[in-house]
Write a protein that binds this ligand. Structure first.
Ligand SMILES: Nc1ncnc2c1ncn2[C@@H]1O[C@H](COP(=O)(O)OP(=O)(O)OP(=O)(O)O)[C@@H](O)[C@H]1O
Ligand SMILES: [Mg+2]
Length: 252
C-alpha cells in the first residue's frame, strides 16, 4: 500500500502541467479542410517559462487557444494538470480555465468604459468571490502590477503599457497555475514592452507557468525554452542558455 502511494506521489511530482501528444487541428472553410496544427507534441512543466515563435499563420494562436480550452483539438491528446481535457464538458472547462488559466492578448481585450477595478473584478465575480474579499484581492493584484494609483481610472484613459498591465492583473487575479500570453508586447513601444516582460518574468518566479507567443527574439529569450512552429508543426525546440532577467521591479 505504502509503495503504491509513493508511486502516486512520485507521479504527481514529475507530472508536467501540460502534455500534448500528436495534436491536430483542422479547420473547414467551404467544406475544404486545412490542417492548421499537425502532430504537435509539447510539454510544459510547472513553473516553466516557454516561448512559441513562428511565421504568421504557422498556428501559434490556434495552439494557445487549445492550451487555454478556448478551442478543442480535432484529434490527439491534451492533458492539463494530469487530466485529459476531452473528459470534460465545455462548462467544466470554462470553470477550470477561470480558476487555473490567465490570458493576456495583444489587443488587451479590456472593457474600455469600465475602471481598472471593474475589469480586474470580472474573473472573481465569475468565480463567486464575495465583494469584500474581491476588493481586497483586486487592490493587492493591481498593486502587484504597479497600478494602484490608477485603480479607479477608466481603462480607455490609460497608456498601452498600463492597459496591458491591467490585462495582466485580470489574468492573475484568481492566482492561476498558468498564464498564456499571445504577443502581449505586440502593440507596445519598447519601454512599455520591457515593463510587461519584466512583470511576466517576475510572475514566473512567483510560480506561475508562462506560455508566451512572440515574433521578437529578444522577447522570446526571457523564456528558458523556445518552441519554433512552422506550418503547424514543431520545427525545433531551443534551450535558452541565459534567459533575460527582469530589469525593473513592479511585483512587490
Ligand atoms: N476559425 C478559423 N477558421 C478557419 N481558419 C482559421 C481559423 N482560425 C485560424 N485559421 C487559420 O489557421 C492558420 C493559423 O492561424 P493562427 O492564428 O494560429 O496563426 P498565428 O501563427 O497565430 O499567426 P500570426 O502570427 O499572424 O498571429 C491561419 O492560416 C488562419 O487563417
Ligand atoms: Mg497569432
Amino acid at each position: 500500500m505504502l509503495v503504491v502511494n509513493l508511486e502516486i506521489i512520485l507521479l504527481l511530482i514529475i507530472m508536467p502541467l501540460i502534455e500534448v501528444e500528436r495534436l491536430n487541428k483542422d479547420y473547414f472553410t467551404d467544406g475544404v479542410p486545412a490542417n492548421i496544427l499537425r502532430d504537435v507534441n509539447l510539454k510544459v512543466e510547472e513553473n516553466e517559462f516557454v516561448a512559441i515563435m513562428g511565421p504568421s499563420g504557422s498556428g501559434k494562436s490556434t495552439l494557445l487557444h487549445i492550451l487555454g480550452f478556448l478551442e478543442r483539438p480535432s484529434s490527439g491528446i491534451y492533458r492539463f494538470d494530469g487530466k485529459q481535457i476531452d473528459e470534460y464538458s465545455d462548462d467544466e472547462l470554462a470553470q477550470i480555465r477561470n480558476r487555473k488559466i490567465g490570458f493576456v492578448f495583444q489587443a488587451f481585450n479590456l472593457l474600455a468604459r469600465q475602471s481598472v477595478f471593474e475589469n480586474v473584478a470580472i474573473p472573481l465575480i465569475y468565480a463567486g468571490v464575495n465583494s469584500s474579499e474581491r476588493k481586497k484581492i483586486i487592490e493587492e493584484t493591481v498593486k502587484m502590477v504597479g497600478l494602484e494609483h490608477r485603480l479607479h481610472y477608466e481603462t480607455s484613459k490609460l497608456s498601452g503599457g498600463e492597459k496591458q498591465r491591467v490585462a495582466m492583473a485580470r489574468a492573475l487575479v484568481n492566482n492561476p497555475r498558468m498564464i498564456l500570453a499571445d504577443e502581449p508586447t505586440g502593440n507596445l513601444d519598447s519601454q512599455s514592452g520591457g515593463v510587461v516582460m519584466d512583470t511576466l518574468k517576475q510572475l514566473n518566479k512567483k510560480g506561475h507557468a508562462i506560455v508566451l507567443i512572440t515574433h521578437e527574439s529578444y522577447t522570446a529569450s526571457y523564456a528558458s525554452r523556445i518552441i519554433h512552429l512552422l506550418d503547424g508543426k514543431v520545427e525545433r525546440e531551443e534551450l535558452v542558455a541565459q534567459p533575460v532577467e527582469e530589469e525593473k521591479t513592479f511585483i512587490k
